[in-house]
Design a protein around this ligand. Structure first.
Ligand code: PEP
Length: 253
């Protein structure tokens, strides 16, 4: 059985004082038992401080974005090795907000995925369709294309050390959650596609669901056979809300 990963994407929220309180609250309330991990992804300036605070606790720390370049004249960018240097274990790549608002292509996302892994950071690859794409019946084609860009750049072996987050764009920050069945269908499709390349890797890779996950809907989603955790935006900003999802995960393991 795969472990759950419950990951918080804080987006562009927080400050030193609020982050310290949030992290202390999460650490104090981590459910007992095993079979799950908790991760928070603060904005860049706070990754180091949150890592330092989380050290020695079960809470892991990641970032929300990374440069595809190793170093050099890329003003404003943050290199994978810099993230590693400040205690970052994971990085989100290809979040739909980066794709839509900053024009990141699937090829660029794939380059970020590879650069993160080269620096020893586990990429969390976000894929998912818009409402128009779902209504046009192209959900599977959209996620296939997003996956294929990474498979072409990195090969199936790279998924032995990566996480996938299926995030239907229409469910992100909207309060419209995919039903457990809708999410499971796409998760099963993603796993089957990877299984076409390697059954072993497909069987082990964690596929998270993201899109308005909260305490009230987490158990139904996490009970699905191919849903291995959540990537959580809004409900990761309050310790009690985030811990309610962690609790749902813990109770299923
Ligand atoms: C996200 O930002 O990845 C996300 C899923 O946000 P929310 O939980 O707020 O929908």
């Amino acid at each position: 059985m795969r472990d759950f990963l419950v990951a918080g994407n804080w987006k562009m929220n927080g400050n030193n004082a609020a982050n310290a309180e949030l992290v202390a609250g999460i650490i104090a309330g981590v459910p007992g038992g095993g079979g799950f991990s908790l991760l928070v992804c603060p904005p860049f300036p706070y990754v180091g401080a949150v890592s330092a605070q989380a050290e020695g606790s079960p809470l892991k720390v990641g970032a929300q974005n990374v440069s595809e370049h190793e170093k050099g004249a890329y003003t404003g960018e943050v290199a994978p090795a810099m993230l590693r240097d400040v205690g970052c274990e994971y990085v989100i790549v290809g979040h739909s907000e980066r794709r839509a608002l900053y024009g990141e292509s699937s090829e660029q996302v794939a380059a970020k995925f590879v650069a993160a892994q080269d620096a020893g950071i586990i990429p969390i690859l976000c894929i998912g369709e818009t409402l128009e794409e779902r209504e046009a019946g192209t959900t599977e084609a959209v996620v296939d294309a997003q996956l294929d860009a990474v498979l072409d750049a990195a090969g199936i072996a790279a998924f032995a050390n990566a996480v996938i987050a299926y995030e239907p764009v229409w469910a992100i920050g909207t309060g419209m959650t995919a039903t457990p069945e809708q999410a499971q269908d796409v998760h099963a499709h993603i796993r089957a596609r990877l299984a076409g390349e390697s059954e072993a890797i497909a069987g082990d890779v964690q596929i998270l669901y993201g899109g308005s996950m909260k305490g009230e809907n987490a158990a139904g989603l996490l009970a699905q056979p191919d849903i291995d955790g959540g990537l959580i935006g809004g409900a990761s900003l309050k310790a009690d809300d985030f811990l309610a999802i962690a609790q749902a995960a813990a109770s299923l393991r």
